[in-house]
Design a protein. Structure first.
Lengths: 117, 257
């Protein structure tokens, strides 16, 4: 039986910036949890959506596919998708898949916030 | 200095499921029969870099009549990947099982399986294996491939039934290939290709079953910023390469004298 291994926590950082904290594994089963979190931040009027991967345990190629579809939804709503807290390994994966060309990566939440000011 | 925690064996094995980043694709040794074009030195692309509408296409087949554990199916699929391809299409990959970082040359037939004179491919392009573990494996495509794509092959077991799945997250690479998709030809070619692959895979295990397709239009808009991808178009480049074959043949004879 397949189990969901991703949990998300949503936080509002500023009026137009929210963070989705990602904990656990991002794989094909993570779609609902991730999209629910996205709908939640969008419902609060977020323009900048920051994915915090500092508690990410694992991401497979289906997880990357999921981020691509999330990116498209974000772009179609004229929002911005950002990422922070990626380990060296996952920074390399973003590089390999060229997701880093579409999602701006910051070391930490504070760095992302500072850049958005 | 802060010590970084050492990854456990299991964490290391999962990290090794990913290929290392590369600036551009490097083709290893391939058969002399292969038309090896449009891969060496090309950058990897994914659906983010393509031009056309973004589709998520999921092809599935239930292996009816045989109980095959999902991990066994993936192991066999990785070991015999080329064998399951439809007639007149050839996957020239490194020897052995699909492994992260592998680069393969693809010689593809045209619509209806037609080939160029002499049995040559209509399109020569490639893929890179970016991910492979016990449960799935994924490819990304080089610049000039028909689709800027991530394609993931996986298997699952539910209620004593094993399902093999191919999920393609794709955009036509450039305006030419997008036009082929809009008139139905590009998608039809792709659908026929993966349906036959899944039928061949099922037959390999002695199972029956009919493939299904679920299509989702993820992004109906095109990315004009990527229109210049047409300069890498593997169909056009293969066409001109084949057109030049008689001249290369004469040139080689003259050089040999």
């Amino acid at each position: 039986m397949v189990t969901t291994t991703l949990t998300t926590h949503v936080r509002e950082l500023t009026g137009n910036t929210s963070v989705i904290e990602i904990k656990g594994e991002v794989n094909a089963q993570a779609e609902k949890a991730l999209m629910d979190a996205y709908n939640q931040v969008t419902g609060k009027g977020a323009h900048n959506i920051l994915l915090d991967f500092s508690q990410l345990e694992y991401m497979n190629s289906s997880g990357i596919g999921l981020l691509v579809t999330l990116l498209i939804r974000v772009k179609r709503q004229n929002q911005r998708l950002l990422a922070c807290g990626l380990s060296d390994h996952y920074r390399q994966i973003f590089d390999l898949t060229r997701l880093n060309e579409a999602i701006t990566i910051y070391p930490t939440t504070q760095d992302a916030l500072a850049a958005l000011k | 200095m802060e010590d970084k925690p050492t990854p456990t064996e299991s964490q290391q094995s999962r990290q090794n499921a990913w290929a290392s980043p590369v600036k551009s694709m490097r083709v290893g040794e391939v058969s002399s029969e292969a038309v090896n074009l449009n891969v060496e030195g090309r950058r990897i692309t994914g659906p983010v870099q393509g031009f056309g509408q973004m589709w998520q296409k999921t092809y599935r087949i239930n292996l009816i009549g045989k109980k095959v554990p999902a991990k066994d199916l993936i192991r066999e699929w990785k070991a015999n990947f080329a064998k399951f391809w439809p007639k007149n299409n050839t996957f020239y990959g490194p020897q052995g099982s699909i492994t992260p970082g592998d680069v393969a040359v693809l010689n593809l037939a045209g619509p209806g399986g037609i080939t160029a004179p002499g049995g040559k491919p209509v399109i020569s392009t490639g893929i890179m294996v970016v991910y492979a573990d016990d449960e799935s494996f994924s490819f990304l495509t080089p610049e000039g491939h028909m689709f800027a794509a991530m394609i993931t092959f996986s298997a699952a077991e539910e209620n004593d039934l094993t399902t093999a799945q191919i999920q393609a997250l794709i955009r036509a690479s450039d305006p030419f290939f997008e036009m082929m998709c809009r008139i139905g030809m590009g998608h039809r070619m792709e659908d026929t290709f993966w349906f036959q692959t899944l039928r061949n895979l099922a037959a390999h295990f002695g199972a029956s079953g009919e493939p299904t397709l679920e299509r989702v239009l993820v992004d109906p808009s095109v990315q004009w910023s990527e229109a210049r991808n047409i300069r890498w178009n593997s169909g056009i480049r293969t066409f001109f390469y084949l057109l030049g074959t008689p001249f290369r043949w004469v040139g080689d004879r003259l050089k040999a004298r």
